[in-house]
Ligand binder design. Structure first.
Ligand code: GLU
Length: 478
């Protein structure tokens, strides 16, 4: 591995929302920068105006902040390579293009997309590698000038040396070699004069002195032509790691249709950033301990032994399990604040509770809770009167205690109205009748909550109003 000071970048295109593949790339770059005490750069790749749904990448920057992936250079921060938006770096790309023109490394191509497509189809039919046939490379200078004068639209292409093989180092695949003769001469501009991803991405990585490029495997085919560009500029190419693509349960590439693909969905459904990072930080390789926070991931992530998995399966159940682990570990007060919006949106009842009462409820569901969104469901018995089954009540000997319970209830009614603690009275009456009070308590709890364990009778008395408690208790003697 290189001994230069590490500089890595996460370079999203603001074409909507962040998906898990992006988050994983961001995380891996972040972990590497922090582990190697390097610099983590954010660069927004917004040269394709048509796909810019989120022009200033505000959503992405907020998502990164929510995830806790802090960066050293990038938008909203200063840095030696400002601006960090590609749309504001055109002059630099133009400088590189002009140098290429000067050195005769590029040529104009006037072929229309229709012509290119027809030729491509023909090549495929003849079982030839589909690459640009260099029609425009053969144009004379005069012919070229005439077309420009006539206003024919064109793009610039970087001429590859078809005799050459380029090689680069990839942490997963190790040394990779590609014969350039299999590639088309690289379009570096579009017909509207804007610069292509492949070129702008190369110029910026070079200018920003990026030492390691970790990105999705879908970019592997761009890497060989980019390495050819590095060679043309006599610059050492960075080390790469093309991260395996995330696949769904059916082994297909994870897509918008798969739940949990978009970070926005996961966030809205109450997944914690800690769980998402933990999950994405451990998939695809074996770890001694599965639950790790950011610091632990930085410390233990093994960049020296990367396995070459073809695809990593995204397992929502595993992520749910991890979320559950992180919820269990959360501070209850903080968890209460996180659950609050879900509870309040679910029922007005929660508006009536003070923060202490809410915290008590959250503490009660915390050991079982999987996502924040599921908190109203876990507390459903509070707002929807439970209907405990006869079997459950009878398994706790309801018939046997019914006469006692009826009598007890007549002593409790008044106390309930005045919100006086009913426990001492229950205990006292059990004692008088020589009945085991715990058997009575469990029946009362079943009547109030539908469950044998959970919130205490005292808590329930505090949370529910008297008439509701009375209604619930009637199953014990009616
Ligand atoms: N803008 C590219 C993407 O979002 C970045 C690829 C790279 O990291 O080089 O896929």
């Amino acid at each position: 591995m290189s001994h230069k000071t590490v500089r890595v970048r996460f370079a999203p295109s603001p074409s909507g929302f962040m998906h898990l593949g992006n988050v994983r790339s961001a995380l891996i770059n972040f972990l590497f920068a922090r582990q190697k005490e390097g610099t983590f750069v954010i660069r927004i790749e917004d040269t394709d105006q048509e796909r810019n749904i989120d022009p200033d990448a505000g959503f992405i920057l907020k998502d990164l902040a929510w995830l806790g992936l802090d960066y050293d250079e990038g938008p909203l921060k200063s840095g030696p390579h400002e601006p960090y938006y590609q749309s504001r770096r055109t002059a630099l790309y133009e400088k590189y293009r002009a140098e290429c023109q000067e050195r005769n490394l590029i040529y104009r191509c006037f072929c229309t997309s229709e012509e290119l497509e027809n030729r491509r189809q023909r090549q495929l039919a003849l079982h030839q590698p589909p690459r640009y046939d260099r029609t425009c490379l053969a144009l004379t200078e005069d012919a070229c000038a005439a077309r420009v004068a006539a206003g024919s639209p064109f793009i610039w292409r970087f001429k590859l040396d078809y005799e050459k093989t380029v090689s680069f180092y990839d942490l997963g695949h190790k040394t990779m070699q590609f014969d350039l003769k299999h590639f088309s001469d690289v379009p570096i501009t579009r017909q509207d004069g804007s610069f292509t991803f492949l070129f702008a991405n190369f110029v910026d990585d070079k200018e920003m002195e990026i030492t390691h490029v970790f990105r999705g495997e879908d970019h592997l085919s761009n890497t060989a032509p980019q390495v050819a560009l590095y060679e043309a500029f006599a610059t050492e190419a960075p080390v790469f790691w093309h991260l395996p693509i995330l696949g769904n349960a059916q082994g297909k590439k994870l897509s918008k249709r798969d739940f949990g693909f978009s970070l926005t969905d996961l966030r809205a459904n109450g997944y914690l950033p800690e769980a998402i990072l933990n999950y994405l930080g451990i998939i695809g390789h074996s770890v001694e301990e599965e639950i790790m926070d950011k610091e632990k991931l930085i410390e233990t992530f093994n960049f020296e032994h990367i396995s070459t998995t073809g695809q990593i399966r995204y397992d929502l159940e595993k992520l749910r399990w991890m979320n559950h682990q992180w919820i269990r570990r959360s501070n209850t007060l903080e968890l209460t604040l996180l659950c609050q919006p879900y509870l309040k949106a679910a029922h007005v009842f929660y508006e009536t509770l003070n923060s202490e009462e809410l915290e008590k409820l959250v503490a009660y569901i915390q050991p079982e809770l999987i996502t924040l969104e599921e908190s109203p469901q876990a507390l459903d018995f509070l707002v929807n009167r439970p209907a405990p089954s006869k079997e459950l009540l009878e398994s706790h000997h309801l018939s046997e205690y019914k006469p006692f319970l009826k009598n007890l209830y007549s002593h409790l009614e008044q106390l309930l109205e005045t919100k006086t603690d009913i426990l001492p009275v229950i205990q006292k009456m059990c004692k008088e009748e020589s009945l085991p009070s715990k058997n009575i308590f469990v029946l009362i709890r079943i009547a109030l909550t539908g469950k044998t364990q959970g919130l205490s009778i005292k808590d329930m008395q505090r949370i529910l109003d008297a008439s509701e408690i009375k209604e619930r208790l009637t199953v014990l003697f009616s």
